[in-house]
Design a protein around this ligand. Structure first.
Ligand code: FAD
Length: 478
Protein backbone atom coordinates (compact mmCIF):
# COMPACT_ATOMS: atom_id res chain seq x y z
CA UNK A 1 0.00 0.00 0.00
CA UNK A 2 1.01 3.54 -0.78
CA UNK A 3 3.25 4.66 2.13
CA UNK A 4 2.13 8.27 1.72
CA UNK A 5 -1.48 7.24 2.35
CA UNK A 6 -0.46 5.24 5.44
CA UNK A 7 1.41 8.28 6.72
CA UNK A 8 -1.66 10.49 6.29
CA UNK A 9 -3.78 7.88 8.11
CA UNK A 10 -1.22 7.84 10.96
CA UNK A 11 -1.54 11.61 11.21
CA UNK A 12 -5.30 11.22 11.73
CA UNK A 13 -5.52 8.34 14.23
CA UNK A 14 -2.03 8.37 15.72
CA UNK A 15 1.01 6.29 14.66
CA UNK A 16 0.22 3.29 16.91
CA UNK A 17 -3.29 2.94 15.52
CA UNK A 18 -2.40 2.08 11.96
CA UNK A 19 -1.41 -1.58 12.09
CA UNK A 20 0.47 -3.27 9.27
CA UNK A 21 2.37 -6.51 8.57
CA UNK A 22 2.39 -9.10 11.36
CA UNK A 23 0.23 -6.91 13.58
CA UNK A 24 -2.52 -7.41 10.98
CA UNK A 25 -1.83 -11.05 10.09
CA UNK A 26 -1.69 -12.23 13.73
CA UNK A 27 -5.21 -11.03 14.51
CA UNK A 28 -8.35 -13.18 14.61
CA UNK A 29 -9.61 -12.96 11.02
CA UNK A 30 -13.28 -13.74 11.72
CA UNK A 31 -15.26 -16.93 11.15
CA UNK A 32 -14.62 -18.99 8.01
CA UNK A 33 -11.65 -16.82 7.01
CA UNK A 34 -7.97 -17.80 7.12
CA UNK A 35 -6.39 -14.41 7.75
CA UNK A 36 -7.00 -10.70 7.40
CA UNK A 37 -5.96 -9.83 3.85
CA UNK A 38 -6.02 -6.03 4.26
CA UNK A 39 -2.78 -4.07 4.04
CA UNK A 40 -3.57 -2.10 7.20
CA UNK A 41 -5.98 -1.88 10.12
CA UNK A 42 -6.90 1.67 11.07
CA UNK A 43 -8.30 2.26 14.57
CA UNK A 44 -10.09 5.59 14.98
CA UNK A 45 -11.07 6.88 18.43
CA UNK A 46 -13.77 9.39 17.52
CA UNK A 47 -16.40 10.14 14.90
CA UNK A 48 -14.20 13.01 13.74
CA UNK A 49 -11.36 10.51 13.13
CA UNK A 50 -13.69 8.26 11.12
CA UNK A 51 -14.86 11.25 9.11
CA UNK A 52 -11.31 12.32 8.26
CA UNK A 53 -10.26 8.75 7.41
CA UNK A 54 -13.19 8.25 5.04
CA UNK A 55 -12.83 11.66 3.49
CA UNK A 56 -9.20 10.84 2.69
CA UNK A 57 -9.99 7.34 1.43
CA UNK A 58 -12.80 8.65 -0.74
CA UNK A 59 -10.50 11.27 -2.23
CA UNK A 60 -7.99 8.63 -3.35
CA UNK A 61 -10.50 5.83 -4.03
CA UNK A 62 -9.20 3.62 -1.21
CA UNK A 63 -11.43 0.62 -0.31
CA UNK A 64 -12.42 0.42 3.40
CA UNK A 65 -13.96 -2.57 5.19
CA UNK A 66 -15.46 -1.92 8.63
CA UNK A 67 -14.50 -4.38 11.35
CA UNK A 68 -16.75 -4.69 14.39
CA UNK A 69 -16.37 -7.67 16.72
CA UNK A 70 -15.74 -10.05 13.76
CA UNK A 71 -18.36 -12.47 15.02
CA UNK A 72 -20.33 -12.54 11.76
CA UNK A 73 -20.77 -15.79 9.87
CA UNK A 74 -21.12 -14.64 6.26
CA UNK A 75 -17.62 -13.28 5.53
CA UNK A 76 -18.95 -9.69 5.40
CA UNK A 77 -15.68 -8.47 6.95
CA UNK A 78 -13.37 -10.30 4.55
CA UNK A 79 -10.60 -8.12 3.13
CA UNK A 80 -8.12 -8.39 0.29
CA UNK A 81 -4.68 -6.95 -0.38
CA UNK A 82 -4.98 -3.29 -1.26
CA UNK A 83 -7.90 -2.72 1.15
CA UNK A 84 -7.84 -1.27 4.64
CA UNK A 85 -9.88 -2.48 7.58
CA UNK A 86 -11.42 0.19 9.82
CA UNK A 87 -11.74 -1.27 13.31
CA UNK A 88 -14.20 0.32 15.75
CA UNK A 89 -12.55 -1.33 18.78
CA UNK A 90 -11.38 1.96 20.34
CA UNK A 91 -14.83 3.55 20.07
CA UNK A 92 -16.10 1.59 23.04
CA UNK A 93 -17.56 4.18 25.41
CA UNK A 94 -21.04 3.96 26.89
CA UNK A 95 -21.57 7.70 26.81
CA UNK A 96 -24.86 8.02 28.62
CA UNK A 97 -27.62 5.94 30.19
CA UNK A 98 -30.77 7.92 30.88
CA UNK A 99 -32.63 5.75 33.37
CA UNK A 100 -35.71 8.00 33.44
CA UNK A 101 -36.27 7.91 29.71
CA UNK A 102 -34.82 4.40 29.42
CA UNK A 103 -32.41 5.30 26.63
CA UNK A 104 -28.67 5.14 26.11
CA UNK A 105 -26.10 6.75 23.83
CA UNK A 106 -23.20 4.45 22.99
CA UNK A 107 -20.24 4.37 20.68
CA UNK A 108 -20.45 1.67 18.02
CA UNK A 109 -17.52 -0.39 19.33
CA UNK A 110 -19.12 -1.24 22.69
CA UNK A 111 -19.32 -5.03 23.09
CA UNK A 112 -22.89 -6.29 23.47
CA UNK A 113 -22.35 -8.19 26.75
CA UNK A 114 -20.51 -5.21 28.31
CA UNK A 115 -23.51 -3.04 27.55
CA UNK A 116 -26.01 -5.66 28.78
CA UNK A 117 -24.13 -5.92 32.11
CA UNK A 118 -23.82 -2.16 32.47
CA UNK A 119 -27.53 -1.42 32.09
CA UNK A 120 -28.48 -4.40 34.28
CA UNK A 121 -26.58 -2.76 37.14
CA UNK A 122 -28.76 0.29 36.66
CA UNK A 123 -31.95 -1.78 36.95
CA UNK A 124 -32.62 -1.82 33.22
CA UNK A 125 -32.16 -4.27 30.40
CA UNK A 126 -30.97 -4.25 26.79
CA UNK A 127 -32.88 -7.25 25.48
CA UNK A 128 -30.96 -8.12 22.30
CA UNK A 129 -29.18 -11.38 23.09
CA UNK A 130 -27.20 -13.79 20.97
CA UNK A 131 -24.44 -16.36 21.25
CA UNK A 132 -21.79 -13.93 20.00
CA UNK A 133 -22.56 -11.47 22.83
CA UNK A 134 -19.03 -11.59 24.28
CA UNK A 135 -17.37 -10.30 21.11
CA UNK A 136 -19.94 -8.66 18.82
CA UNK A 137 -20.27 -4.89 18.97
CA UNK A 138 -23.41 -2.78 19.06
CA UNK A 139 -22.36 -1.15 15.77
CA UNK A 140 -21.98 -4.61 14.22
CA UNK A 141 -25.36 -5.62 15.65
CA UNK A 142 -26.87 -2.58 13.95
CA UNK A 143 -24.99 -3.12 10.68
CA UNK A 144 -26.28 -6.72 10.53
CA UNK A 145 -29.69 -6.05 12.14
CA UNK A 146 -28.91 -8.91 14.53
CA UNK A 147 -31.64 -11.13 15.92
CA UNK A 148 -31.01 -13.84 18.49
CA UNK A 149 -32.94 -15.44 21.30
CA UNK A 150 -35.44 -12.78 22.32
CA UNK A 151 -36.75 -11.47 19.03
CA UNK A 152 -40.09 -13.13 19.68
CA UNK A 153 -40.70 -10.62 22.46
CA UNK A 154 -38.52 -7.57 21.79
CA UNK A 155 -37.84 -7.61 18.04
CA UNK A 156 -34.50 -7.48 16.23
CA UNK A 157 -31.75 -4.87 16.66
CA UNK A 158 -33.74 -2.53 14.39
CA UNK A 159 -36.44 -2.31 17.07
CA UNK A 160 -33.89 -1.33 19.73
CA UNK A 161 -32.44 1.60 17.76
CA UNK A 162 -33.97 5.02 18.30
CA UNK A 163 -31.35 6.92 16.37
CA UNK A 164 -27.83 6.66 15.05
CA UNK A 165 -24.84 8.58 13.84
CA UNK A 166 -23.01 7.42 10.75
CA UNK A 167 -20.20 8.65 8.57
CA UNK A 168 -20.84 8.58 4.85
CA UNK A 169 -18.26 7.43 2.32
CA UNK A 170 -17.21 11.02 1.60
CA UNK A 171 -16.70 11.79 5.30
CA UNK A 172 -19.95 13.66 5.95
CA UNK A 173 -21.45 12.86 9.34
CA UNK A 174 -25.17 12.14 9.47
CA UNK A 175 -26.28 12.56 13.04
CA UNK A 176 -29.72 11.18 13.83
CA UNK A 177 -29.24 10.45 17.52
CA UNK A 178 -32.89 11.05 18.23
CA UNK A 179 -33.82 9.54 21.63
CA UNK A 180 -37.63 9.28 21.24
CA UNK A 181 -39.66 6.38 19.94
CA UNK A 182 -42.01 8.42 17.78
CA UNK A 183 -40.46 10.61 15.11
CA UNK A 184 -42.36 10.71 11.84
CA UNK A 185 -40.49 13.59 10.28
CA UNK A 186 -39.96 12.42 6.73
CA UNK A 187 -37.82 9.47 5.70
CA UNK A 188 -36.40 7.43 8.55
CA UNK A 189 -32.79 7.65 7.40
CA UNK A 190 -31.33 5.47 10.16
CA UNK A 191 -33.04 2.47 8.57
CA UNK A 192 -30.72 2.82 5.57
CA UNK A 193 -27.73 1.86 7.69
CA UNK A 194 -29.36 -0.86 9.78
CA UNK A 195 -28.63 -4.18 8.09
CA UNK A 196 -26.47 -2.57 5.38
CA UNK A 197 -23.33 -4.56 6.41
CA UNK A 198 -20.96 -1.63 6.21
CA UNK A 199 -21.74 -0.86 2.56
CA UNK A 200 -23.51 2.50 2.97
CA UNK A 201 -21.75 4.17 5.88
CA UNK A 202 -19.84 3.60 9.11
CA UNK A 203 -22.09 3.60 12.17
CA UNK A 204 -20.25 5.49 14.90
CA UNK A 205 -22.81 6.06 17.67
CA UNK A 206 -26.25 4.76 18.56
CA UNK A 207 -29.23 5.94 20.59
CA UNK A 208 -30.71 2.76 22.04
CA UNK A 209 -33.97 1.88 23.68
CA UNK A 210 -33.80 0.14 27.07
CA UNK A 211 -36.43 -1.90 28.89
CA UNK A 212 -37.18 -2.65 32.49
CA UNK A 213 -34.98 -5.39 33.90
CA UNK A 214 -36.89 -8.62 34.39
CA UNK A 215 -36.84 -9.91 37.93
CA UNK A 216 -38.33 -13.29 37.23
CA UNK A 217 -37.26 -15.95 34.80
CA UNK A 218 -38.84 -19.33 34.15
CA UNK A 219 -37.38 -21.86 31.77
CA UNK A 220 -38.33 -25.32 30.58
CA UNK A 221 -37.23 -27.79 27.97
CA UNK A 222 -39.87 -29.97 26.35
CA UNK A 223 -39.83 -32.75 23.79
CA UNK A 224 -42.46 -33.68 21.24
CA UNK A 225 -43.25 -36.42 18.74
CA UNK A 226 -44.38 -34.08 16.01
CA UNK A 227 -43.66 -30.65 14.60
CA UNK A 228 -47.38 -29.96 14.72
CA UNK A 229 -47.23 -30.25 18.52
CA UNK A 230 -44.35 -27.77 18.66
CA UNK A 231 -46.12 -25.11 16.57
CA UNK A 232 -49.37 -25.52 18.53
CA UNK A 233 -47.40 -25.30 21.77
CA UNK A 234 -45.76 -22.06 20.63
CA UNK A 235 -49.13 -20.43 20.02
CA UNK A 236 -50.58 -21.84 23.21
CA UNK A 237 -47.85 -20.70 25.61
CA UNK A 238 -47.58 -17.30 23.94
CA UNK A 239 -51.27 -16.74 24.67
CA UNK A 240 -51.25 -18.30 28.13
CA UNK A 241 -48.21 -16.34 29.36
CA UNK A 242 -49.78 -12.96 28.62
CA UNK A 243 -46.82 -11.36 26.84
CA UNK A 244 -44.08 -12.87 29.02
CA UNK A 245 -42.81 -15.42 26.46
CA UNK A 246 -39.29 -14.29 25.60
CA UNK A 247 -37.72 -17.33 23.92
CA UNK A 248 -39.00 -20.39 22.10
CA UNK A 249 -36.04 -22.27 20.65
CA UNK A 250 -36.28 -25.42 18.56
CA UNK A 251 -33.73 -28.25 18.36
CA UNK A 252 -34.19 -31.36 16.28
CA UNK A 253 -33.20 -34.81 17.47
CA UNK A 254 -29.90 -34.70 15.63
CA UNK A 255 -28.74 -31.46 17.29
CA UNK A 256 -29.95 -32.60 20.73
CA UNK A 257 -28.10 -35.89 20.38
CA UNK A 258 -24.85 -34.25 19.29
CA UNK A 259 -24.83 -31.96 22.32
CA UNK A 260 -26.02 -34.50 24.88
CA UNK A 261 -23.80 -37.39 23.75
CA UNK A 262 -21.41 -39.16 26.12
CA UNK A 263 -19.13 -36.73 27.95
CA UNK A 264 -21.04 -33.69 26.70
CA UNK A 265 -24.02 -31.90 28.26
CA UNK A 266 -26.33 -33.85 30.56
CA UNK A 267 -29.56 -34.75 28.71
CA UNK A 268 -32.54 -33.54 30.77
CA UNK A 269 -34.92 -35.53 28.54
CA UNK A 270 -34.65 -38.83 26.69
CA UNK A 271 -32.86 -38.60 23.36
CA UNK A 272 -35.42 -40.40 21.21
CA UNK A 273 -37.86 -37.59 20.36
CA UNK A 274 -37.83 -35.84 17.00
CA UNK A 275 -38.13 -32.32 18.44
CA UNK A 276 -37.09 -30.38 21.54
CA UNK A 277 -37.92 -26.79 22.49
CA UNK A 278 -36.62 -24.43 25.14
CA UNK A 279 -39.30 -22.12 26.46
CA UNK A 280 -38.44 -19.09 28.58
CA UNK A 281 -40.60 -16.37 30.13
CA UNK A 282 -39.34 -13.14 31.67
CA UNK A 283 -41.48 -11.23 34.16
CA UNK A 284 -41.49 -9.26 37.36
CA UNK A 285 -42.67 -11.52 40.21
CA UNK A 286 -40.93 -14.89 40.56
CA UNK A 287 -43.55 -16.58 42.74
CA UNK A 288 -46.53 -15.46 40.67
CA UNK A 289 -44.82 -15.99 37.29
CA UNK A 290 -43.56 -19.47 38.22
CA UNK A 291 -47.14 -20.50 39.03
CA UNK A 292 -48.42 -19.08 35.75
CA UNK A 293 -45.59 -20.76 33.81
CA UNK A 294 -46.21 -24.16 35.38
CA UNK A 295 -49.96 -23.83 34.91
CA UNK A 296 -49.48 -22.99 31.22
CA UNK A 297 -47.24 -26.03 30.72
CA UNK A 298 -49.61 -28.29 32.67
CA UNK A 299 -52.53 -27.18 30.47
CA UNK A 300 -50.41 -27.63 27.37
CA UNK A 301 -49.47 -31.16 28.49
CA UNK A 302 -53.14 -32.01 29.05
CA UNK A 303 -53.88 -30.79 25.54
CA UNK A 304 -51.15 -33.14 24.23
CA UNK A 305 -48.92 -30.32 22.98
CA UNK A 306 -45.73 -32.01 24.14
CA UNK A 307 -44.65 -35.38 25.52
CA UNK A 308 -42.31 -34.62 28.37
CA UNK A 309 -40.81 -31.56 30.02
CA UNK A 310 -38.23 -30.49 32.59
CA UNK A 311 -38.47 -27.17 34.40
CA UNK A 312 -35.32 -25.39 35.55
CA UNK A 313 -35.45 -25.12 39.35
CA UNK A 314 -32.31 -23.03 39.74
CA UNK A 315 -30.12 -20.66 37.73
CA UNK A 316 -27.61 -23.50 37.34
CA UNK A 317 -30.28 -25.74 35.80
CA UNK A 318 -31.45 -22.89 33.57
CA UNK A 319 -27.93 -22.31 32.24
CA UNK A 320 -27.45 -26.06 31.74
CA UNK A 321 -30.56 -26.16 29.55
CA UNK A 322 -29.37 -23.17 27.52
CA UNK A 323 -25.92 -24.73 27.08
CA UNK A 324 -27.52 -27.53 25.09
CA UNK A 325 -28.85 -24.95 22.62
CA UNK A 326 -25.98 -22.47 22.57
CA UNK A 327 -22.96 -24.78 22.45
CA UNK A 328 -21.98 -25.06 18.79
CA UNK A 329 -18.52 -26.53 19.31
CA UNK A 330 -19.53 -30.18 19.16
CA UNK A 331 -21.57 -29.83 16.00
CA UNK A 332 -18.76 -27.88 14.31
CA UNK A 333 -16.30 -30.63 15.29
CA UNK A 334 -18.53 -33.60 14.41
CA UNK A 335 -19.92 -32.30 11.11
CA UNK A 336 -17.07 -32.05 8.62
CA UNK A 337 -16.81 -30.25 6.33
CA UNK A 338 -19.05 -27.93 8.33
CA UNK A 339 -21.66 -25.67 6.75
CA UNK A 340 -24.00 -23.38 8.70
CA UNK A 341 -27.16 -21.85 7.30
CA UNK A 342 -29.66 -19.33 8.58
CA UNK A 343 -32.93 -19.16 6.67
CA UNK A 344 -36.45 -17.99 7.36
CA UNK A 345 -39.89 -19.01 6.22
CA UNK A 346 -43.36 -19.21 7.72
CA UNK A 347 -43.84 -21.72 10.52
CA UNK A 348 -46.57 -23.47 8.53
CA UNK A 349 -44.09 -24.30 5.75
CA UNK A 350 -41.21 -25.36 7.98
CA UNK A 351 -41.89 -29.07 8.33
CA UNK A 352 -42.26 -29.63 4.60
CA UNK A 353 -39.19 -27.49 3.93
CA UNK A 354 -37.06 -29.41 6.44
CA UNK A 355 -38.21 -32.67 4.84
CA UNK A 356 -37.16 -31.45 1.39
CA UNK A 357 -33.73 -30.31 2.61
CA UNK A 358 -33.07 -33.60 4.41
CA UNK A 359 -34.18 -35.59 1.36
CA UNK A 360 -32.01 -33.60 -1.09
CA UNK A 361 -29.00 -33.96 1.16
CA UNK A 362 -29.45 -37.71 1.68
CA UNK A 363 -29.99 -38.24 -2.07
CA UNK A 364 -26.58 -36.74 -2.75
CA UNK A 365 -24.63 -37.88 0.33
CA UNK A 366 -26.22 -40.84 2.09
CA UNK A 367 -23.72 -40.43 4.95
CA UNK A 368 -24.24 -36.64 5.25
CA UNK A 369 -25.15 -35.16 8.64
CA UNK A 370 -27.77 -32.53 9.23
CA UNK A 371 -29.03 -30.86 12.40
CA UNK A 372 -31.72 -28.20 12.60
CA UNK A 373 -32.35 -25.67 15.32
CA UNK A 374 -33.68 -22.19 15.40
CA UNK A 375 -35.63 -19.28 16.69
CA UNK A 376 -38.84 -20.90 15.58
CA UNK A 377 -41.11 -18.19 16.95
CA UNK A 378 -39.49 -15.84 14.43
CA UNK A 379 -39.75 -18.29 11.53
CA UNK A 380 -35.96 -18.70 11.64
CA UNK A 381 -34.15 -22.00 11.17
CA UNK A 382 -30.43 -22.61 11.57
CA UNK A 383 -29.23 -25.65 9.67
CA UNK A 384 -25.89 -27.33 10.32
CA UNK A 385 -24.62 -29.71 7.66
CA UNK A 386 -21.60 -31.95 7.45
CA UNK A 387 -21.45 -33.42 3.93
CA UNK A 388 -19.47 -33.63 0.74
CA UNK A 389 -15.91 -32.62 0.16
CA UNK A 390 -13.94 -29.43 -0.10
CA UNK A 391 -15.36 -28.59 -3.54
CA UNK A 392 -18.99 -29.33 -2.82
CA UNK A 393 -20.02 -26.03 -1.22
CA UNK A 394 -22.35 -25.02 -4.03
CA UNK A 395 -24.02 -28.44 -4.09
CA UNK A 396 -24.57 -28.37 -0.31
CA UNK A 397 -25.90 -24.81 -0.50
CA UNK A 398 -28.31 -25.84 -3.24
CA UNK A 399 -29.84 -28.44 -0.87
CA UNK A 400 -30.73 -25.64 1.55
CA UNK A 401 -31.54 -22.73 -0.74
CA UNK A 402 -33.25 -24.41 -3.67
CA UNK A 403 -36.25 -25.72 -1.66
CA UNK A 404 -36.69 -22.23 -0.18
CA UNK A 405 -37.98 -21.07 -3.55
CA UNK A 406 -41.07 -23.25 -3.10
CA UNK A 407 -41.98 -21.41 0.09
CA UNK A 408 -41.00 -17.79 -0.59
CA UNK A 409 -38.35 -18.06 2.14
CA UNK A 410 -35.35 -15.87 2.85
CA UNK A 411 -31.74 -17.03 2.36
CA UNK A 412 -30.75 -14.97 5.38
CA UNK A 413 -32.91 -14.55 8.45
CA UNK A 414 -30.45 -12.65 10.62
CA UNK A 415 -26.79 -13.16 9.68
CA UNK A 416 -26.84 -11.03 6.53
CA UNK A 417 -25.44 -11.71 3.06
CA UNK A 418 -21.74 -10.74 3.08
CA UNK A 419 -19.87 -12.83 0.52
CA UNK A 420 -21.23 -16.16 1.69
CA UNK A 421 -24.79 -15.74 0.43
CA UNK A 422 -24.24 -13.20 -2.29
CA UNK A 423 -24.78 -15.64 -5.19
CA UNK A 424 -28.08 -16.74 -3.69
CA UNK A 425 -29.56 -13.32 -2.95
CA UNK A 426 -31.79 -13.35 -6.08
CA UNK A 427 -33.77 -16.21 -4.53
CA UNK A 428 -35.12 -13.79 -1.95
CA UNK A 429 -35.00 -10.44 -3.74
CA UNK A 430 -36.53 -9.39 -7.06
CA UNK A 431 -34.53 -7.71 -9.82
CA UNK A 432 -36.31 -4.43 -9.09
CA UNK A 433 -35.33 -4.64 -5.42
CA UNK A 434 -31.72 -5.41 -6.34
CA UNK A 435 -31.62 -2.53 -8.82
CA UNK A 436 -32.91 -0.12 -6.18
CA UNK A 437 -30.28 -1.36 -3.70
CA UNK A 438 -27.58 -0.73 -6.31
CA UNK A 439 -28.93 2.77 -6.98
CA UNK A 440 -28.86 3.54 -3.24
CA UNK A 441 -25.30 2.25 -3.00
CA UNK A 442 -24.23 4.40 -5.95
CA UNK A 443 -25.91 7.48 -4.49
CA UNK A 444 -24.31 7.13 -1.04
CA UNK A 445 -20.95 5.72 -2.10
CA UNK A 446 -20.39 6.70 -5.73
CA UNK A 447 -16.74 5.59 -5.73
CA UNK A 448 -17.65 2.24 -4.17
CA UNK A 449 -15.07 2.45 -1.39
CA UNK A 450 -17.21 0.96 1.41
CA UNK A 451 -17.03 -2.81 1.80
CA UNK A 452 -16.79 -3.36 -1.96
CA UNK A 453 -18.26 -6.56 -3.39
CA UNK A 454 -20.33 -7.44 -0.32
CA UNK A 455 -24.08 -8.24 -0.54
CA UNK A 456 -24.18 -7.62 -4.34
CA UNK A 457 -21.99 -6.34 -7.12
CA UNK A 458 -22.75 -2.79 -8.14
CA UNK A 459 -22.41 -3.84 -11.78
CA UNK A 460 -24.91 -6.71 -11.89
CA UNK A 461 -23.72 -10.12 -13.00
CA UNK A 462 -27.15 -11.14 -14.32
CA UNK A 463 -26.03 -10.81 -17.91
CA UNK A 464 -23.77 -13.76 -17.26
CA UNK A 465 -25.96 -16.52 -15.76
CA UNK A 466 -23.12 -19.01 -16.05
CA UNK A 467 -21.44 -17.23 -13.12
CA UNK A 468 -24.42 -17.80 -10.84
CA UNK A 469 -25.29 -21.02 -9.02
CA UNK A 470 -27.52 -23.12 -11.25
CA UNK A 471 -30.48 -22.84 -8.89
CA UNK A 472 -30.43 -19.07 -9.09
CA UNK A 473 -29.67 -18.81 -12.77
CA UNK A 474 -32.75 -20.87 -13.55
CA UNK A 475 -34.91 -18.68 -11.36
CA UNK A 476 -34.31 -15.17 -12.61
CA UNK A 477 -37.98 -14.22 -12.61
CA UNK A 478 -38.40 -14.49 -8.84
C1 FAD B 1 -21.71 -18.11 18.77
C2 FAD B 1 -22.38 -17.12 17.87
C3 FAD B 1 -23.76 -17.05 17.87
C4 FAD B 1 -24.41 -16.12 17.06
N1 FAD B 1 -25.76 -16.04 17.11
C5 FAD B 1 -26.40 -15.11 16.40
C6 FAD B 1 -27.81 -14.97 16.50
O1 FAD B 1 -28.48 -15.70 17.21
N2 FAD B 1 -28.39 -13.99 15.77
C7 FAD B 1 -27.67 -13.15 14.96
O2 FAD B 1 -28.26 -12.25 14.34
N3 FAD B 1 -26.34 -13.27 14.82
C8 FAD B 1 -25.69 -14.22 15.52
N4 FAD B 1 -24.33 -14.34 15.41
C9 FAD B 1 -23.61 -13.55 14.38
C10 FAD B 1 -22.99 -12.23 14.84
O3 FAD B 1 -22.71 -12.24 16.22
C11 FAD B 1 -23.89 -11.04 14.49
O4 FAD B 1 -24.04 -10.94 13.09
C12 FAD B 1 -23.35 -9.69 15.02
O5 FAD B 1 -24.36 -8.72 14.91
C13 FAD B 1 -22.09 -9.20 14.30
O6 FAD B 1 -21.53 -8.13 15.04
P1 FAD B 1 -19.95 -7.83 14.95
O7 FAD B 1 -19.68 -6.61 15.74
O8 FAD B 1 -19.19 -9.02 15.29
O9 FAD B 1 -19.82 -7.47 13.41
P2 FAD B 1 -18.71 -7.96 12.38
O10 FAD B 1 -18.74 -9.43 12.22
O11 FAD B 1 -17.41 -7.35 12.70
O12 FAD B 1 -19.27 -7.27 11.03
C14 FAD B 1 -20.46 -7.70 10.45
C15 FAD B 1 -20.83 -6.72 9.32
O13 FAD B 1 -21.16 -5.45 9.87
C16 FAD B 1 -20.27 -4.43 9.39
N5 FAD B 1 -20.00 -3.54 10.51
C17 FAD B 1 -19.53 -3.86 11.75
N6 FAD B 1 -19.49 -2.77 12.53
C18 FAD B 1 -19.95 -1.74 11.77
C19 FAD B 1 -20.14 -0.35 12.01
N7 FAD B 1 -19.88 0.21 13.17
N8 FAD B 1 -20.62 0.42 11.00
C20 FAD B 1 -20.92 -0.12 9.80
N9 FAD B 1 -20.74 -1.43 9.51
C21 FAD B 1 -20.26 -2.22 10.49
C22 FAD B 1 -19.05 -5.18 8.87
O14 FAD B 1 -18.39 -4.45 7.85
C23 FAD B 1 -19.70 -6.45 8.34
O15 FAD B 1 -20.25 -6.18 7.08
C24 FAD B 1 -23.66 -15.26 16.21
C25 FAD B 1 -22.25 -15.33 16.23
C26 FAD B 1 -21.62 -16.24 17.06
C27 FAD B 1 -20.13 -16.27 17.07
Amino acid sequence: MNEALLERLREIVGPTHVLTGDSVRSRHPGFFMKEIGADAIVRPATTADVSRVLSLCNEVGQAVVVHGGLSGWVRATQTRAGEIALSLERMNVIEQVDTKNRTAIVQAGVVLSTFQDHVEQLGLSFPLDLGGRGSCQLGGNAATNAGGMRVIRYGMMREQILGLEAVLADGRVISSLNPVIKNNTGYDLKQLFIGSEGTLGVITRLALRLRERSTSVNTAIVCADSFEQITSLLRYVDGALGGMLSAFELMDNSFYRVNTGAGRHHPPLSSDKPYYAIIEALGSDQERDAKLFEAALTDAAEKGLFDDAVLARSERERLAIWQIREDLEHVVRDFQPFYAFDVSLTVTNMEEYMGQVRAMLKNTWSDGSIAILGHIGDGNLHIAIGAGGADDREKVEACVYEPLKNFGGSVSAEHGIGLEKKPWLPISRSNVELDLMREMKQMLDPKGILNPGKIFDVMPLETSPAKLPKAVASNRAI
